[in-house]
Design a protein around this ligand. Sequence first.
Ligand code: NDP
Ligand code: OXD
Length: 306
Amino acid sequence: MRISYYYDSPIAARWMQALCEQLPEAQVTPWTPHSPLADYAVAWAPPQALLDQQTRLKALFNIGAGVDKLMQLRFPPSVALVRLDDAGMGVQMADYVCHALLRHMRQFDVYEAQARKGQWLQHAGRARAQYPVGIMGLGVLGQRVAQAVRHFGFPVVGWSRGAREVEGVRCFAGTESLDDFLASTRVLVCLLPWTPDTENLLCHATLSKLQPGAYVINVARGHLVVDDDLLALLDSGHLAGATLDVFRTEPLPAEHPFWRHPRVHVTPHVSAQTLRDESMAQIASKIRALEAGQPITGVVDAARGY
Ligand code: NDP
Ligand code: OXD
């Protein structure tokens, strides 16, 4: 079996070695415009030229969970696009969201600022019942985050495209229930894929339907948020703050107001990092399953865009 590998990164060689170790029966080679035709491709952000040149692929495995960049390419219908399912990202996402949620709700950021000034000052405790957490996207990562947040005792609501049942989560589905979901949410966690339906979804009209003093945590993609609308609602006081891990332009440009806003916390797209060994093991086991004619999870539905 041949595998064509594409990852434009200084760590690419070490990751390819991990794939070779997981699949010793395969011949894995970095893709070039003259590569031999392969059975599978394993890639992050490949060029259209790879799909045009590799005319015998059965599947392309994305080295990530989000497939928004791949959705911009022309895919032959015979090639299955497969994304990572969790592969160690769920627990990281849960850490990140719980950290941002607790830092805000328990006012740890306020106490840190006070400590830097040597100020001993207690603020009134807050009831978590007043901080219902709304998770947009109840997929692999959204469900993992929902369970973590629930175990900290917060009320949890969730929103997805189709109806879902998730233990301990009041679930809403579809655009017709979006307003009710937003009105039930004080801390919004965005874990939706970036598709034509979700682009700019977090705009003035939707964010202003969140409960007063709402907090936004975006760990999905920057294109879901209208930056100026978020900033306007922070400045009007409707939003108490935001923790943002993903941006329309990455790295976030030095002049972007998010860097300097006193109530915005920025991290550099690290909420759930792709882990080399877990990812390559998952891809290898899915390739083996396909070769054995077995079904696999994580196959992207091109019509839905995720
Ligand atoms: P999944 O595909 O498992 O879940 C997506 C969820 O979003 C599903 O519940 C789906 O609904 C819902 N959804 C999709 N479109 C809509 C819509 N139009 N309206 C309402 N709900 C919708 O994805 P994952 O949980 O694995 O990942 C989510 C995203 O997280 C990725 O696409 C990626 O962009 C981002 N990500 C970010 C990382 C980071 O480091 N910041 C790391 C990894 C991922 P339904 O259940 O009905 O299908
Ligand atoms: C992903 C990501 O989609 O790292 O996996 O953002």
